[in-house]
Design a protein around this ligand. Structure first.
Ligand code: ARG
Length: 467
């Protein structure tokens, strides 16, 4: 039986009927639909609409549906069910008879879908946070393992200054920690229960909304029935957070691709995550990284789809809202697939520290340190910059580095140059120059790693608490 037969006299156009169904994609909401239905049934019993026997029949039926969905895959191949709500009602009636129809008392699919989606996003956030904790641990472990190895840091993709490899990796740790923080924020805002909002104007039965919310692990009930039945901010916010996360993954992938080229040679691609070429026998291709970069396009597309689906909707529920589901699931699935893969990649990649180190030790990356040497000896910074620029020019003509210039020639550029200048150009002293919080001096980087370790541990505790 349809959920709305009675009013409509003519049968639905078969093509339209097929086209408007959401069950093919909203069946992933089944566990949440069952859970929310159980909580609603309890509230119905509390107000006397269900007897305690009817409640236990309904509960038994709901459990049975959940079990069957897990063990019999063809159970979900139902091309009659309009959506997940209809599917549950149909199956419940098949299992326990007409009592199954009583479950819909005092509720509307509009509040059900709003509730199911909040539960889905909440659970998915917890899953993604777990994956993020693993990914962050993998990045941090590589940072810790890098010891005092250095590499060039780039601006404009040109060698700029040397940094510790661990400092470079910690830059990614920071990005993904912010993503995790954004997910935590999003979870707090979404954790309110729409049940009891009815179709638009509130439930027709005085249900105990507080009890339903608590039963489902929500912090409270939503405040406004019009808003609650048509609000998808939580999905939008979640997908936006995922867009930033995917964007970070894509930047990371791009840099790893660059660093794996023969031109850089900093990264040796792990074979279990790379492929060969069917034509060129020598090739090892960074497919995992390229697909991460490529699939990020989908995630960014989904966020636009979602916003455009919502932007013109008057209050309250409109069927357009059904269109918010696929982009939401698509973004979540894509991110949930990518995170464990990049984690595996990161665990097995090899860094060519020798090449990184020798790149860090050449190409005038100590020029700023050289200018700072002069500044510390009273030369105004603009002039120091100009003097060292001239020295670099000399080196370029001769094909040497700053440390190869003899002292008399340096003194001709500025009398402030002294014997100790050469020591100030060494890699350890250039790195040590940045001895401020957030800088690349080894002591600072060590502290940053300890802080990151603690933050990742508390993320794991958060994930554990929500499990
Ligand atoms: N499948 C619908 C959706 O996802 C459920 C809500 C239907 N409500 C309605 N009034 N037709 O939005």
């Amino acid at each position: 039986m349809k959920m709305w037969s009675g009013r409509i006299r003519q049968p639905l156009d078969p093509e339209f009927e097929r086209w408007q169904r959401s069950f093919p994609f909203d069946q992933c909401l089944l566990p949440y639909e069952l859970e929310a239905s159980r909580a609603h049934a309890h509230a119905l019993e509390q107000v006397g609409i269900l007897s305690s026997e009817e409640l236990s029949d309904i509960e038994r039926g709901l459990v049975e549906i959940g079990k069957k969905a897990e063990s019999v895959p063809s159970f979900l191949a139902d091309d009659e069910a309009e959506d997940v709500h209809h599917f549950v009602e149909k199956q419940l009636v098949a299992l326990i008879g007409d009592t199954g129809y009583k479950l819909h008392g005092g509720r509307s699919r509009n509040e059900q879908i709003a509730t199911d989606l909040r539960l889905y996003v909440r659970t998915t956030i917890d899953q993604i946070q777990g994956c993020l904790a693993d990914w962050l641990s993998a990045l941090l472990a590589r940072a810790e393992k890098a010891g005092d190895a250095a590499m060039p840091a780039y601006t404009h993709t040109q060698r700029a200054e040397p940094v510790l490899v661990s400092h470079w990796l910690l830059a990614y740790v920071e990005m993904f920690l912010r993503d995790s923080e954004r997910l935590t924020d999003c979870r707090v805002r979404l954790n309110l229960c729409p049940l009891g909002s009815g179709a638009v104007a509130g439930a027709t039965v005085a249900l105990d909304r507080g009890a339903i919310a608590a039963d489902l692990g929500f912090d409270a009930s939503t405040a406004n029935s019009l808003d609650a039945t048509s609000d998808r901010d939580f999905a939008l916010e979640f997908v936006q957070v995922l867009s930033i996360l995917a964007l970070h993954l894509s930047r990371w992938a791009e840099e790893m691709i660059l660093f794996s080229t023969q031109e850089y040679g900093f990264v040796s691609l792990p074979e279990p995550f790379s492929t060969g070429s069917s034509a060129m026998p020598q090739k090892k291709n960074p497919d995992l990284l390229e697909l991460v970069r490529g699939k990020t396009g989908r995630v960014l597309g989904h966020v636009t789809t979602l916003m455009v689906s919502i932007k013109g909707l008057p209050l309250a529920y409109n069927k357009d809202l059904q269109e918010t589901q696929e982009p939401l699931f698509g973004s979540a699935d894509t991110v949930l697939q990518m995170l464990p893969l990049v984690t595996g990649w990161m665990k097995s990649v090899e860094f060519n520290y020798e090449r990184m180190q020798s790149a860090a030790d050449s190409g005038f990356m100590n020029a700023w340190a050289a200018a700072t040497y002069l500044v510390k000896r009273g030369v105004p910074s603009r002039l120091a910059h100009e003097r060292v620029g001239k020295a670099v020019q000399l080196c370029l003509e001769r094909g040497c580095e700053l440390c190869d210039l003899p002292l008399p020639e340096l003194r001709a550029l500025s009398p402030a140059f002294g014997e100790d200048f050469y020591e100030s150009l060494s890699l350890p002293s250039v790195l040590g120059m940045h001895d401020v919080k957030g800088g690349t001096a080894p002591g600072q980087v060590k502290q940053a790693m300890a802080v990151a370790r603690k933050t990742i541990e508390s993320l794991r505790e958060e994930v554990h608490a929500h499990a």
